[in-house]
Design a protein. Structure first.
Lengths: 134, 200
């Protein structure tokens, strides 16, 4: 049991972090806090991918070809570069989505003068009532 | 072994920060804490041999997105309204999903296991032949720009679309970007001082 916990520690913690992010995302009424929750979730998924790419005793995947001290590239163990590439792309796309979300939040604030979800829902209901009665 | 200890302490710190974010109501504090969270995860990435990802996370995740949030705060209220937030239903959903994921995660190969399936497919080929073919020592760069070049092209298209979307949303019908409301800080400060004096 302890062995499993130690060898899979990163994965368990990643799940925990993901769930904290998801909880903030669902439970918070504030739109900015929701976005922060989303980015917590995102970062923990990145951590999961990078943890998968780790090899014990490995080093960063930058080829060292010296040739003088008898080290050939096959003797050095490198970590898996593929998850790194995927996550590089994901980080940048994540920031793009965050920026788009913030722009939407600013627009909502300009229209409803609030960034709390329940206030916005109330205001929308009020608007619908008014448009029906007129 | 030392890697494991650094790992464990850093991720535990991340959990602490995430919990602090959950219970905080001041948005500025939340934003700065999420920047710290990103920075610690960048340190984690260095520890897990992903130096390129660490650079990007520190620059883009901890730097740029924190600046974006702070810039947006110029238009937004600084405090979260303390209302009856949903707690029980989200908690149930998170516990259920979390326990399912924990169950699944326990069957993954151990962290750093070289025999894991992830390390069997194309990755060894990239490591073995990319230097001889393209003469770039950094394998991540080679894969990003050459083997998966179309991926990166798609990424730039996504970012372009997002930038265009942000511009269009912010300009809206008026064709002008909104300006932050000017708050007269000196008046507020003197008001607060007056209140202090009155209390005394």
């Amino acid at each position: 049991m302890t062995d499993l916990l130690l060898s899979h520690w990163n994965y368990f913690i990643v799940v925990l972090l993901m769930m904290i992010g998801l909880f903030i995302l669902i439970s918070s009424m504030n739109l900015v806090k929701k976005l922060i929750g989303l980015s917590l979730f995102q970062t923990s998924v990145f951590l999961f991918y990078i943890s998968l790419g780790k090899i014990n005793g490995g080093t960063a995947p930058i080829i060292m070809k010296s040739g003088h001290d008898g080290h050939s590239s096959h003797e050095i163990l490198y970590s898996n570069p593929l998850p790194h590439v995927l996550i590089l792309t994901a980080i940048v796309v994540g920031v793009a989505t965050t920026a788009l979300g913030l722009a939407l939040v600013l627009r909502i604030k300009a229209s409803f003068d609030s960034i709390e979800e329940d206030d916005i829902l109330l205001a929308k209901r009020e608007l619908r009532k008014r448009s029906k009665s007129s | 072994m030392s890697t494991l200890f650094i790992n464990i302490s850093l991720v535990s710190f991340m959990v602490v920060i995430a919990l602090m974010i959950t219970f905080s109501h001041r948005l500025f504090a939340i934003i700065i804490m999420s920047g710290a969270y990103s920075l610690i995860s960048a340190a984690m990435f260095v520890n897990l041999d992903a130096v390129d990802v660490a650079f990007t996370e520190a620059a883009v995740g901890a730097g740029f997105s924190t600046v974006l949030f702070l810039a947006a705060m110029a238009w937004l209220p600084a405090e979260e309204k303390r209302n009856k937030a949903l707690v029980i239903l989200p908690l149930m959903i998170c516990l259920f999903t979390g326990s399912l994921l924990m169950w699944a995660v326990a069957y993954l190969p151990a962290l750093g296991d070289p025999a894991s399936v992830v390390h069997q497919h194309v990755a060894p080929r990239y490591l073995a032949e990319s230097y001889d073919k393209l003469h770039i020592p950094n394998v991540v760069t080679t894969v990003l720009a050459s083997y998966r070049g179309f991926d990166t092209l798609g990424e730039t298209i996504v970012i372009f679309t997002a930038g265009l979307g942000v511009l269009l949303i912010l300009m809206g019908k008026t064709g002008r970007s909104p300006k932050p409301k000017k708050v007269d800080i000196s008046a507020k400060v003197s008001e607060a001082r007056d209140e202090d004096v009155n209390e005394k």
